[in-house]
Design a protein around this ligand. Structure first.
Ligand code: MCA
Ligand code: AMP
Length: 486
């Protein structure tokens, strides 16, 4: 209880609205009743999976797991077979929590299933777990191999939400609107646990739409969270429709993250709505570490200074600390402090590689201005593709392509896309004389992995350019005019 509780609002609940999905909503008092009842059913579990559809039941399941002190693994319902098998094996949950009327896919059917009952009767709230104990395990793509489970302690969630509340003057008076998925840090930690920790309300759109955002911001919503693809679509809509522009103009804060918001879209939105979108930067492993402040300058293209609780430095290739604040010197971002994860599940090797002396290597490169604001330049590796706010590992898609019998060799890159930021491009060498069609390859990848990882463009080559060690030279990939593109 008290300030040490992750969700103090559940210990002293009010009749204020907590979470709304369209017509369905719960107050804090109702949320306490239903989550306390569900938490009792979880008390013997070591770990629970949550079928993270964008629904009220998902929020209730997550809060119940947090109340029970049982680490929760939110699962993207659009994952492909290969990813589901991996998560089920790697996280080995005792139970899967889901909304009723869901047919779970084959790889999850062996798990004991518990349907979330929103009419459950009251039960006592379990005691508050240790702040250092694991709260969430969030899967995120790396450059190679299958996604890794990032183990986030309660202390990191609390520290990050509080620091963002400070940065954005975010309070119980705010009503947040978004249509983000509930299996990533952005939509779940910031977008659900943020309002719930602070005592405000969340209006979730079910799925993102310009009309939904405009309706909510035209009503009681005060803040919007979104990825740049969403702001790109909002910018176009605001130019077409003065009502959308007026609704965006009424917001207290429009906040963007998960990928770079283009300077052009920043200016387009400012021109039509008068709002300067606030950017923030972070990673699943570190949570959000930098944010433009509500009361500070809003330079387009910058993600603001570090949060007050975060230690952040830029280092060169030799690990030397760069002190320059000239908006020009480029270094890799390293972060330390209370918002950091505990490690990757079952992967001490990967944890050791990512951490050194308490600092986490982000792999993101940036410059710093005289005002301390960071400007993200890109990533140290090109093997992570940033598509619509999702991070996609090239290695995962390459492995999936190589599982197709018609493919002898494959490389995957990202190329600029006006809507998604980057789109997935495959470069393949066929195993026989009749190469599989691009659609067949996209369907093949979509069967094994989440649909957003399918290649949107396929180039056919005679051979991939490789160095003496056999590593593909991705910078040298060029279309072959004789073999073509699909
Ligand atoms: C959907 N599709 C995509 C993507 N999203 N393809 C490539 N990249 C994508 N990001 C495909 C679908 O598979 C589908 O294919 C078709 O597009 C339409 O699907 P739909 O769901 O209607 O798509 P959409 O509405 O256009 O989705 C765009 C979106 C979505 C709303 C921007 O991608 C999204 O919600 N992105 C948010 C990602 C996010 O929350 N990232 C946070 C992680 P077909 O029609 O062929 O079947 S990063 C994080 O948490 C860190 C800490 C941070 O900093 O925030
Ligand atoms: P994830 O690992 O899925 O949590 O995604 C985190 C990655 O998203 C970071 O490493 C960055 O590359 C990227 N990212 C997050 N916020 C921003 C931002 N505001 N600008 C540019 N890139 C961002």
């Amino acid at each position: 209880m008290g300030t040490l509780a992750l969700l103090p609002t559940l210990h002293q609940p009010t009749d204020a609205e907590a979470v709304r999905f369209g017509q369905r909503c719960v107050t804090y008092r109702e949320l306490r009743v239903v989550t306390a009842a569900l938490a009792r059913q979880l008390s013997d579990a070591r770990r629970v999976a949550i079928w993270a559809q964008p629904k009220l039941e998902t929020c209730v399941a997550i809060v119940a797991a947090l109340a029970a002190g049982v680490p929760a693994v939110p699962i993207n319902p659009r994952l492909g077979t290969r990813e589901l098998q991996h998560v089920a094996f790697d996280a080995a949950p005792d139970l899967i929590l889901t909304a009723p009327d869901v047919t779970l896919p084959e790889p999850l059917r062996a798990l004991t299933r518990l349907d979330v009952d929103l009419d459950a009767a009251s039960a006592p709230m379990p005691p508050e777990p240790d702040p250092e104990s694991p709260a969430l395990i969030v899967y995120t793509s790396g450059t190679t191999g299958p996604p890794k489970g990032v183990v986030l302690p309660r202390r990191a969630l609390a520290a990050d939400i509080d620091a963002l509340a400070e940065a954005w003057a975010w309070t119980a008076q705010d009503v947040l609107v978004h249509g983000l998925p509930l299996f990533h840090v952005h939509g779940l930690v910031l977008g659900v646990l943020g309002p719930l920790r602070l005592g405000g309300a969340l209006h979730h759109l079910g799925s993102f739409s310009v009309d939904g955002v405009a309706r909510e911001l035209g009503g009681s919503a005060t803040m919007l969270f979104g990825v740049p693809t969403m702001y790109h679509r909002l910018a176009a809509a605001a130019e077409r429709d003065p009502q959308v522009a007026a609704a965006l103009g009424r917001a207290r804060l429009l906040i963007s993250g998960s990928a770079a918001l283009s300077v052009a879209d920043h200016h387009r939105i400012a021109a039509t709505t008068g709002q300067h979108v606030v950017q923030r930067y972070g990673m699943t492993e570190s949570l959000i570490t930098c944010a433009v402040r509500a009361e500070g300058p809003r330079r387009p293209g910058t993600v603001g200074p570090p949060l007050d609780v975060v230690a952040l430095r830029l280092v060169d290739e030799n690990g030397e600390i760069l002190e320059a604040s000239d908006d020009n010197t480029v270094g890799e971002i390293e972060v330390a402090g209370p918002t950091l994860f505990l490690g990757y599940l079952n992967r001490p090797d990967a944890t050791a590689e990512a951490m050194h002396d308490g600092w986490f290597r982000t792999g993101d490169v940036a410059t710093r201005g005289a005002d301390g604001h960071l400007r993200l330049i890109g990533r140290r590796t090109t093997d992570l593709i940033s598509s619509g706010g999702y991070k996609i590992g090239a290695g995962e898609i390459e492995s999936a392509l190589l599982e197709h019998p018609g493919i002898a060799d494959a490389a995957v890159t990202g190329e600029p896309d006006p809507d998604l930021g980057e789109r997935v491009v495959a470069w393949v060498v066929a195993a026989g004389d009749s190469p599989p069609a691009a659609k067949e390859l996209a369907d093949h990848v979509g069967g094994l992995l989440a649909a957003h990882k399918r290649p949107r463009v396929v180039h056919y080559l005679a051979a991939l350019p490789r160095n003496d060690l056999g590593k593909v030279l991705k910078a040298e990939l060029r279309p072959d005019p004789d073999r073509g593109l699909q």
